[in-house]
Every structure is written in C-alpha cells, then in structure tokens.
Design a protein around this ligand. Sequence first.
Ligand SMILES: [Zn+2]
Ligand SMILES: [Zn+2]
Length: 192
Amino acid sequence: MLPVERQQQLLSWLEEEGTLRVSEISSRLEVSEMTIYRDIKPLIEENKITKTSKGIAIASTAPAIAANRCTYCFKTVETRHNVHLIMNDQSVEQACCAHCGLLRYEAVSDRVSQIICTDFLLGTTISAKTAVYLMDSEIDIQCCKPQLLAFDSKDRALRFQKGFGGELYSFNEVIRVLSQNMNEVCCSKQTK
Ligand SMILES: [Zn+2]
Ligand SMILES: [Zn+2]
C-alpha cells in the first residue's frame, strides 16, 4: 500500500468509527506505528485529523468555533462577561454578555434549567435569576447595547451606580425592558 492509500483508508475508517488508536491502525494496516505516525503527520498539518486523548479522529473545527460564539448575536465570546445557559438536556449554550444571555433565555426559557452569569466586579459566577442588573452605565464593556452589567449584591450594584450611573433592574424586570428595547436596537446589527 502506498502512503496515500493508507491515508485514504485511515480517513474512511475514522469517518465511520470516530476515534482510533495508532496501535489499532498499525495492526489493521500491518505496518509499524512509526509508519502510521509518518502517514498522519501531513493530515494533522492540514487539519484533516486531530489527536485526542483516545487516539486520532477526524478534525471537526466547526463545533469548536460554534462553541466559542454567542448563541444570540454570534459574536466571539470572551469569558469576562459571559453567560451560560444550562439546558434541560444538559447541553450548554453561552452568550457574550448579560444582554444576549437574558434575551436568549427569554426566547428559550422553557428549555433552560439554569442560567449563570458573571459578577461584573468580582468575576465570580452567579445565578442570573438572583443577580441585579445595571443598564447603560458609563463603563463601556464594548459588547451589546443596551449594555447590562450583572452584580450578585444589590449593595455593590448601588454603589457602582452612584459612580457610573445607569438603571438598576431585577432579573424579571430587565428581561421585560430588554425585549421592549430590542424592537429598536439589535446588538447583532451593530456587530462587525
Ligand atoms: Zn451576544
Ligand atoms: Zn454582548
């Protein structure tokens, strides 16, 4: 078998079977593991396959990209302000900021078992339902508008509001205000 034939064979196995160990491939093809490593090197370089803890598998770049995108506006998510929605089927969606997280929640709330956001001052994860939200303060986090900052303590939110302005809302209030607002401004349209 030529290297290119082995590569073809390998790719079709991986497509059918998912992950394979190098030792398994080498015994099936009756060549040394060294040869397999030489065969897969260019495939890895071309991003066709990837090494995993269980062996090698077809590289799927798509889910990795999707996983790092906001479920609402599709912007790349930076962890600092992100929101996680844990769905009833245990899958997880993430949003770039409280703005998108809450709007997404509003759209799919019957499928959400938990919604978790990040405290703006402390960076800790907090339950979105008990958080306090400050809308449109002077601090610009460069994400979606109207901007929402989440705080786990009303006291700290109030003190922050004194310095930087904005309106304070509870979870339910802010969802109502946001969905009214979305008829006028849409974060996805501002995204480049
Ligand atoms: Zn977003
Ligand atoms: Zn955002």
